[in-house]
Ligand binder design. Structure first.
Ligand SMILES: Nc1ncnc2c1ncn2[C@@H]1O[C@H](COP(=O)(O)OP(=O)(O)O)[C@@H](O)[C@H]1O
Ligand SMILES: O=P(O)(O)OC[C@H]1O[C@](O)(COP(=O)(O)O)[C@@H](O)[C@@H]1O
Ligand SMILES: [Mg+2]
Length: 525
C-alpha cells in the first residue's frame, strides 16, 4: 500500500457559477481535483473531504476503510435484506427455451443455462489511474492519487428470481419532462416482463399524478400494445410534474396490488422512487421499485450518459446549423441558440463540439460576463471584425446571475429560469448599436423540438438494454435501485447514490477543454 508521506494544508477549488474566486484559484495554478465531480474539494491537514465525507489519510489503512465505506454505499437493497422468509426459484428467463410465454404456464424451464449474471459480478466505476492531481479532470482521493478500486454491481438476468411471474402485478410510470426514448424503454420493459411470464402489466398515466385519488384509468400493456410505440416520440403513458405525496402513491399501489414498479425519470423522480421503495418495505410490502434514469440533460451521476441525450445533441445540430446559415448569410450576422440544461451544460457542450459551427459556448458551470473588456460582447465584436459572422450556443441555465430572477417554481419545485438567450440577443443588439456597427442578430430556441422526437439508433440500443436490465433487476429481488451504463458496461446502482447531487460539466475536464479548443473562445471575465 502506498504510504501518505506528506500532510500539508491546501485547498482545492472548482469554478462554480457563483464563485469567481474558485475559478481564479485554478488560474493561478493550485490544483483542482475533480474528485467525485464535486464543486469544491477540500483537503485540510491529513483529512480529505469529498463532499461531506471525511477520509482520515493519516491512518495507513485508510484505503481499506474507503473501500468498505464505498461497498456500503453502493450496496443494492435486496428483498432478502428485510424479508428473511423468502426463497428464490429458478429463473423463467432462459435464452435456451424461448417458447411463447403462454406455453410456459406454471412449469418452469428445467434446463439451466449459464447465460446469467452472477450476483457477485462487478464493474469498475473509475478506470483512469491519475498520476497527479494536476492532470486534467483528475479525480484523486489523496495528493498521491492513490489507486483505489471502486466496484459497482453488474446488471443482467440472474439464475434465481424472487417473484412468481404469473402472480406479478407490474406497473410502469414516466415522470418529469419528456425525453427521446421513453417509449423504447416502456416497450422493452413490457416485452421482457412477458418473456419472464408476467401477465399483468399496466401503465400509470401522467407520471406520479396517475397514482392520485382522481383515479386516472390505468393503461393495460402487452407486447401487442407496445410493439411499435418506439417509432413515436413522447411517452405512451404521458408525463407530468408534481402530483401526490409518497404515502398516497403507496396507498394506491397497495390498493392495486402492484408489486413491481418501474419508474422512468430524472433526479426528482428517483428521489420519489426511493421514498416509495422505503415506504413499501416499511409497510411490509414485498415490492421491487426499479428506476430507469431519464434526463435529457444527462445530469445523473456515475453514468456514461442517460438515454435521450445523444438524440438531443443530434437534434440540436439542426438549430445550430440554422443559426450558422442565418448568421453566415447576413451582413454582420450573429446567431444565438439556447439549448436545454437547467443546471448542467452537457447538451450545449456536446452540441457545440459536434457542430463545429459554434464560436462561443456558454454553460451554467462556467461563469462569464457579457460586458467589459473580457466579456462575451467584446469577443463577438472581434469575431464580426475578423470573419463577419458568429454563432453563440448557450445553455438555458447559464448566466442566471445576469437575468432577472423569476422567483417562480414549476409543480415539481424546479426553479423557472430567466431567458438567458433572449437577454444575450437584447444586449448584443444594444452593444452593436452603441458602437455604431450594424449587426443582424437572430435567436433560435429549439427547446421542445430537441426532446419531442423519437430516439436515434444509439439511444434506441441504450433504451433497450436499460429496459431489459430494469426487469432483470426487479426479478432478481433488488429494489430502490436504478440501471445505468458505466464505462460501457451495464450496472445497478442504489438510488441515493445517483441523486446525492446533480452531475455537472467539470470545467477542468478534457471534454470542456476540447470544447474550448474547438470554439477558440477565451475566458469571459
Ligand atoms: N425530492 C423529491 N421527492 C419526492 N418526489 C419528488 C422530488 N422531487 C420531485 N419529485 C417528483 O418527481 C416527479 C418528477 O420530478 P421533476 O423534477 O419534475 O422531474 P425529473 O424527475 O426529471 O427531475 C414529480 O412528480 C415530482 O413531484
Ligand atoms: O418546460 P418543462 O416541461 O418544464 O421542461 C423544461 C425542462 O426540462 C429539462 O429538459 C429537464 O427536465 P427533466 O429533468 O424532467 O428531464 C430542462 O432542461 C428544462 O428546463
Ligand atoms: Mg428535476
Amino acid at each position: 500500500m502506498e504510504s501518505i508521506s506528506t500532510c500539508f494544508r491546501v485547498k482545492f477549488g472548482h469554478p462554480t457559477k457563483n464563485s469567481h474566486d474558485s475559478h481564479r484559484i485554478r488560474h493561478v495554478g493550485i490544483v483542482g481535483l475533480g474528485g467525485f465531480a464535486t464543486k469544491r474539494f477540500k483537503r485540510t491537514s491529513c483529512v480529505a473531504v469529498i463532499r461531506d465525507r471525511e477520509i482520515g489519510l493519516a491512518n495507513p489503512d485508510w484505503k481499506i476503510g474507503f473501500r468498505e465505506d464505498f461497498e456500503r454505499r453502493f450496496h443494492i437493497p435486496h428483498l432478502s435484506d428485510v424479508f428473511g422468509d423468502l426463497s428464490p426459484m429458478p429463473s423463467t428467463f432462459n435464452l435456451k427455451s424461448r417458447r411463447p410465454s403462454h406455453e410456459i404456464g406454471n412449469g418452469y424451464p428445467y434446463e439451466r443455462w449459464n447465460g446469467y449474471v452472477n450476483n457477485d459480478d462487478r464493474v469498475l466505476l473509475k478506470v483512469i489511474k491519475f498520476s497527479s492531481p494536476s492532470s486534467a479532470g483528475a479525480e484523486c482521493i489523496d495528493p498521491d492519487c492513490t489507486w483505489v478500486e471502486q466496484w459497482v454491481h453488474r446488471a443482467g438476468p440472474r439464475e434465481e428470481i424472487y417473484f412468481r411471474p404469473e402472480e406479478v402485478n407490474a406497473a410502469i410510470v414516466t415522470c418529469g419532462g419528456l425525453c427521446p426514448g421513453l417509449n423504447d424503454v416502456i416497450r422493452q420493459i413490457v416485452i421482457t416482463l412477458e418473456i419472464y411470464g408476467v401477465k399483468n402489466i399496466v401503465g400509470i398515466p401522467f407520471g406520479y399524478r396517475g397514482f392520485s385519488a382522481e383515479k386516472l384509468p390505468k393503461i393495460p400493456l402487452s407486447r401487442s400494445v407496445v410493439q411499435n410505440i418506439h417509432l413515436d416520440g413522447g411517452s405512451l403513458l404521458g408525463v407530468s410534474r408534481g402530483g401526490p405525496n409518497v404515502s398516497e402513491i403507496v396507498d394506491n399501489m397497495q390498493e392495486r396490488g402492484i408489486d413491481m414498479l418501474f419508474v422512468l425519470g430524472g433526479n426528482g423522480t428517483h428521489a420519489g422512487a426511493n421514498e416509495i421503495h422505503n415506504e413499501c418495505w416499511k409497510r411490509g410490502m414485498r415490492v421491487a421499485v426499479v428506476g430507469v434514469p431519464k434526463t435529457i440533460d444527462n445530469d445523473i451521476l456515475w453514468m456514461d450518459k442517460t438515454f435521450g441525450f445523444d438524440t438531443a445533441v443530434e437534434e440540436a445540430q439542426r438549430a445550430i446549423n440554422s443559426a450558422y446559415i442565418e448568421a453566415h448569410s447576413a451582413y454582420n450576422g450573429i446567431g444565438i441558440v439556447k439549448l436545454m440544461g437547467r443546471n448542467s451544460g452537457f447538451i450545449t457542450m456536446h452540441a457545440s463540439l459536434s457542430s463545429g459551427q459554434v464560436d462561443i459556448c456558454l454553460i451554467p458551470e462556467v461563469p462569464f460576463e457579457l460586458h467589459g473588456p473580457h466579456g462575451v460582447l467584446r469577443h463577438l465584436q472581434y469575431l464580426i471584425e475578423m470573419k463577419g459572422s458568429a454563432v453563440v450556443c448557450v445553455a438555458e441555465g447559464a448566466g442566471q446571475n445576469l437575468v432577472m430572477k423569476t422567483n417562480a417554481k414549476d409543480q415539481s419545485g424546479n426553479v423557472v429560469l430567466g431567458d438567458i438567450g433572449a437577454h444575450i440577443q437584447k444586449e448584443t443588439k444594444k452593444y452593436f448599436k452603441d458602437i455604431g456597427t450594424s449587426a443582424d442578430v437572430k435567436y433560435i430556441d429549439p427547446t421542445y423540438m430537441i426532446r419531442a422526437c423519437r430516439a436515434n439508433a444509439s439511444d434506441g440500443i441504450l433504451c433497450t438494454v436499460l429496459g431489459q436490465n430494469a426487469v432483470h433487476g426487479a426479478f432478481a429481488g433488488y429494489s430502490g435501485i436504478t440501471v445505468g451504463i458505466c464505462n460501457t458496461h451495464y450496472v445497478y446502482l442504489p438510488i441515493p447514490e445517483v441523486i446525492s447531487y446533480p452531475k455537472n460539466v467539470d470545467p477542468n475536464s478534457r471534454m470542456w477543454h476540447r470544447c474550448l479548443t474547438s470554439t477558440g473562445q477565451p475566458d469571459f471575465f
